[in-house]
Ligand binder design. Structure first.
Ligand code: BQF
Length: 284
């Protein structure tokens, strides 16, 4: 029987902390502002953007939504980013991914000022994470670390396995675990003996993007299992990358989907936006 780590509860706590700090900032005449750009009408992206706007309102930030049509040109998008880079009331800028295929994601990420890059996707912020000298942490890996800390789990010396190697989750996740002295293995679609490697893990972070990919025969007794996956099953129900029902009895700690890592991603975005507002106003 595992302890279920509630991202819903931990994220509410993080947001309450951000809200309190936001009030402090407001008394100094600074209200954090986040600009959210969404291109096209992907329904999942729409949900995520709404979650972000709601969270901003909840913690007392100003948010601006820029909903652009799917046929927006690269130049139009870049000129919006340029405008937002130069807008003092906006402290954080994010462009919801994925973008329509005709747009160049890399160029868009590169165009966002690193000081306003609250997703921490800009190469300069990625580089900073690599050397452990950063302002912003990527929201999802940072959320996973926050859940680990909230449960009092020690990473130092543990065998950590990250399944998935995306720039957004897997790679930075591995780096954050390494910073806390975990012994980190990154697995991916070409990995041989995935089951053996996972079975040796004290901590597993599943970021594969395949529903219920992690089964009980891949998990050691007493392992900590963090599920980053946001998938939909045959019935359209939200499910993770971990077969929760099968794995939960073996794990010592596990995160659910929904209500696990997802809400943490949003809470960490609020933390980054607060940090950006402080940096840009030379506070702390
Ligand atoms: C929950 C995301 C894949 C690709 C791009 C709460 C979110 C999700 C789930 C959410 C995600 C996933 C976000 C829950 C933002 C997390 O209760 O379990 C919140 O809004 N997320 C995103 O912005 O882009 C993605 C997943």
């Amino acid at each position: 029987m595992a302890v279920i780590i509630s991202g819903k509860e931990v994220s509410a706590k993080v947001r309450a902390e951000v809200k309190a700090e936001c009030e402090q900032l407001k008394s100094k005449g600074v209200t954090p502002g986040l600009a959210v750009i969404i291109v096209g009408d992907d329904p999942a992206s729409r949900v995520y953007v709404n979650n972000k706007k709601k969270a901003c309102a909840d913690v007392g930030f100003v948010s601006e939504e820029y909903a652009l049509p799917a046929h927006t040109t690269q130049q139009e998008l870049l000129s919006l980013i340029d405008k937002l880079n130069n807008k003092p009331e906006i402290n954080g800028i994010l462009c919801q991914l994925p973008l329509p295929k005709h747009l160049d994601e890399k160029a868009v990420i590169n165009a966002i000022s690193p000081l306003k890059d609250v997703d921490a996707f800009h190469p300069s912020n990625v580089g900073r994470i690599m050397i452990g000298d950063y302002h912003f942490l990527p929201c999802t890996p940072a959320g996973v670390m926050e859940l680990i800390h909230s449960a009092g789990i020690e990473v130092s010396g543990k065998n950590c396995v990250v399944i998935g190697r995306s720039n957004i989750v897997g790679k930075p996740m591995a780096m954050l675990l390494l910073h806390e002295n975990g012994t980190v293995t990154i697995c991916h679609s070409k990995t041989k003996n995935l089951k053996e490697i996972c079975s040796n893990a004290d901590i597993i972070v599943a970021a594969v993007g395949r529903p219920e990919f992690v089964k009980d025969d891949m998990v050691k007794d007493g392992a900590v299992v963090l599920d980053v996956g946001i998938n939909r099953d045959e019935n359209g129900k939200l499910c993770g990358d971990v077969d929760f029902k099968a794995v939960e009895p073996k794990a010592s700690y596990i995160t659910p989907v929904p209500g696990g890592v997802g809400p943490m991603t949003i809470a960490m975005l609020m933390k980054n936006t607060l940090k950006a507002a402080k940096l840009q106003n030379n506070i702390e």
